[in-house]
Design a protein. Structure first.
Length: 70
């Protein structure tokens, strides 16, 4: 079975999404353990900041190689 659509996916996002998910899970777990409302709100507000920051860094640092466009 030839999965052409899988080859077109941006594979560089896969480990990034995995890491961001782990960070978000760790933050939410810490919130449940601490049970501090201010800490919970600040941690929830940090999740999109972490995601956007990592995406921006990836976009700036990632440069297409010539062998990617064969």
């Amino acid at each position: 079975m030839d999965c052409q659509w899988a080859k077109q996916l941006p594979h560089r996002w896969s480990p990034l999404v995995y890491r961001v998910g782990l960070v978000a899970l760790a933050i939410l777990t810490a919130c449940l353990l601490v049970k501090h409302p201010l800490f919970t709100l600040s941690a929830i507000a940090l999740i999109p900041v972490i995601i956007w920051g990592k995406m921006i860094v990836e976009l700036i640092l990632w440069r297409p190689r010539t062998d990617d466009f064969r």
